[in-house]
Design a protein around this ligand. Structure first.
Ligand SMILES: CC(C)(COP(=O)(O)OP(=O)(O)OC[C@H]1O[C@@H](n2cnc3c(N)ncnc32)[C@H](O)[C@@H]1OP(=O)(O)O)[C@@H](O)C(=O)NCCC(=O)NCCS
Length: 193
């Protein structure tokens, strides 16, 4: 649990938090990388360190950590750019906000940031996968302009496996919004490109 001082400082920004109240930093500086990774990745994440390292190596521009002025990690987002032709898109691989800092608009800020990166890369859309049971996240993405493009059956392995929604938001390059015409039928994970 964070000390009360840190919580008090960031409780109620209204309008939602912006980059002047929470510093968005790219973890490109090696000296910071160790601290942040140990805090976020090793203690709080379901992914292994090598998974994150791979992303950092390939898509450092798609990796942002939100840090409070006093140094707490508030949340992070990581993603990548992939696909060919009109399937060239930005992808959100992980988005997490620490429970102490939720409902401050931080996830929305991180998503806007990733969309901006994708716009600069001339991507047609941004997509992400979310568990069909994760109603909080699904509602948030809908509020941010994402639609359910398709259902991916048993995308998440577990006991039992769980379906995913593949959600998308068209970017400015997709003038005719072709990327966000939902598929009628669900697909299997092996059909996802
Ligand atoms: C989902 C998650 C990233 C949201 O982060 P957040 O910083 O609290 O989200 P924001 O404050 O930017 O919320 C933006 C909007 O989403 C909706 N929303 C977010 N959390 C909500 C909640 N718990 N209940 C209802 N609506 C919610 C609201 O409409 C909110 O806007 P508002 O506060 O002005 O009403 C965070 O809850 C989290 O890390 N969850 C666990 C990890 C996870 O599920 N990640 C997504 C996996 S794909």
């Amino acid at each position: 649990m964070l000390p009360p001082k840190a919580i008090r400082t960031y409780r109620s920004p209204d309008p939602p938090i912006h980059t002047d109240t929470c510093r968005l930093i790219c973890i490109g500086a090696p000296i910071r990388r160790t601290d942040e990774m140990s805090a976020i990745f090793l203690n709080k994440s379901k992914y292994g360190l090598s998974f994150y390292m791979q992303y950092l190596a390939h898509w450092p521009e798609y990796f942002q950590v939100a840090e409070s002025p006093s140094g707490e990690i508030m949340g992070y987002i990581m993603g990548k750019a992939e696909g060919h032709g009109e399937n060239w898109h930005g992808h959100v691989t992980a988005l997490t906000v620490s429970p102490e800092f939720r409902r401050l608009g931080l996830a929305a800020t991180l998503m806007t940031w990733l969309e901006d990166v994708s716009e600069k890369k001339r991507a047609y859309f941004v997509d992400l996968f979310v568990r069909v049971s994760n109603q909080v996240a699904i509602n948030m993405y809908k509020r941010l302009g994402y639609i359910v493009y398709r259902t991916v059956l048993e995308y998440y392995s577990g006991d039992p496996d769980e379906d995913a929604f593949d959600m998308r938001k068209a970017l400015s390059r997709d003038v005719k919004k072709k990327s966000v015409i939902p598929l009628v039928h669900p697909v299997r994970p092996e059909e996802v490109d």
